[in-house]
Design a binder for this molecule. Structure first.
Ligand code: NAP
Length: 333
């Protein structure tokens, strides 16, 4: 049985390109006992994968040259030699980018398609949702009436963080890169206001206008100059949740910005980075709460689908060009 897969052909310098990926045809063996054959239905592309394309020490090992890219996938079992899974079952796991995958049943998370759309396990009810949940609530600790500002607000993590902040009774402001995203945040996702940072002539001033009482919680997905403008508007005892720094992932030279430690000092502010994996032992509680909020209609979600396995590299590259609203996914079937 043949399958296509996508391997890392070369390591990018700066912004990744199609040349960094290569499609290969492979022959799959027959299934062994306790193995299943999976056909991906949705494949997630995520900013952290950019870091794995570099050969550097990080919290996840780098992708290996000429080996498949691996990421979170929702797939359908099409053949099974396992007692735990049957054809038609939907599963979620970190799996190679391939049109067919053989895997042991162990390590595959079975999805209940009746509890939420299966793709949500890659977004709202998956890693991005958990990242928003723990980062905002555990580190940001927003209190009713406080101002929460979110950069990268219209993305997979940002739209969940913003909605949770609204559930906590906060004044919520989003930063995003297009007018359509600003509209989405304000009109569909309940943000009090949002700013198109690309259209802003003075972001620091525009943030001040949107946050007249200053920023109590900054949920940072982006870093760089956007964060410089936010730091100038931090309130006394502000909490900065360092979730992501996507504006810097493709930099080839170290960026220097303003020295902001005096701001942290004089405003008694707290800045904390985290990796969602820090919360592994609490994932169950997080998924339960996110699922309940979703079922109660308190959380909604937005996804951008790119159709076709062959378009995986395009979807991944699109993250760095702001082409997604909400979670960026490839729909394979
Ligand atoms: P996402 O926001 O859905 O997609 C990326 C978005 O980032 C783009 O749509 C674009 O939106 C924005 N962007 C891209 N390049 C940019 C640049 N140079 N400057 C400013 N904005 C830029 O991605 P996500 O999955 O929700 O992840 C958001 C952030 O959280 C990322 O930094 C990611 O690495 C991080 N993250 C961290 C953890 C953790 O464990 N700490 C877990 C998941 C994700 P605009 O159109 O608004 O520019």
């Amino acid at each position: 049985m043949k399958a296509s897969r996508i391997v890392l052909a070369s390591r990018p310098m700066g912004i990744p390109s199609f040349e960094n990926f290569r499609f290969e045809e492979i022959e799959l063996p027959a299934l062994n006992e306790d193995e299943v054959l999976i056909q991906p239905v949705y494949i997630s592309v995520d900013p952290y994968m950019r870091g794995r394309m570099n050969d550097v020490k990080s919290y996840t090992p780098p992708y290996q040259l000429n080996e498949p890219i691996v990421g979170s996938i929702v797939g359908k079992v099409i053949e099974s030699k396992s007692d735990n899974l049957k054809p038609g079952d939907l599963v979620n796991a970190n799996l190679p980018w391939a049109t067919k995958i053989i895997h042991k049943s162990h390590g595959l998370f079975k999805i209940d398609p009746n509890s939420a759309p299966p793709s949500y396990y890659l977004g709202l009810l998956g890693m991005p949702g958990l990242t928003a949940y723990f980062g905002l609530l555990d580190i940001g600790r927003p209190k009713e009436g406080e101002t929460v500002l979110i950069s990268g607000a219209a993305g997979a993590v940002g739209i969940v963080a913003g909605q949770i902040a609204k559930l906590k009774g906060c004044h919520v402001v989003g930063l995003a890169g297009t007018d359509d995203k600003v509209k989405l945040l304000k009109e569909q996702l309940g943000f009090d206001t949002a700013i198109n940072y690309k259209a802003s002539k003075n972001l620091r001033k525009d943030i001040k206008a949107a946050c007249p009482n200053d920023v109590d919680v900054y949920f940072d997905n982006v870093g760089g100059e956007i964060s410089d403008a936010v730091f100038a508007n931090l309130n006394f005892k502000a909490r900065v949740v360092v979730c992501g720094q996507i504006s810097l992932y493709n930099e080839t030279r170290m960026q220097l910005g303003p020295r902001f430690l005096p701001i942290i000092l004089t405003r008694s502010a707290m800045v904390k980075g985290y990796i969602v994996r820090d919360y592994t032992d609490r994932y169950h509680d997080g998924i339960l709460q996110l699922t309940n909020w979703y079922r109660e209609g308190k959380l909604t979600y937005k996804e951008t689908f790119v159709k076709g396995f062959d378009r995986l590299p395009e979807a991944f590259l699109g993250l760095f060009a702001g082409q997604n609203q909400g979670k960026m996914l490839v729909q394979v079937e």
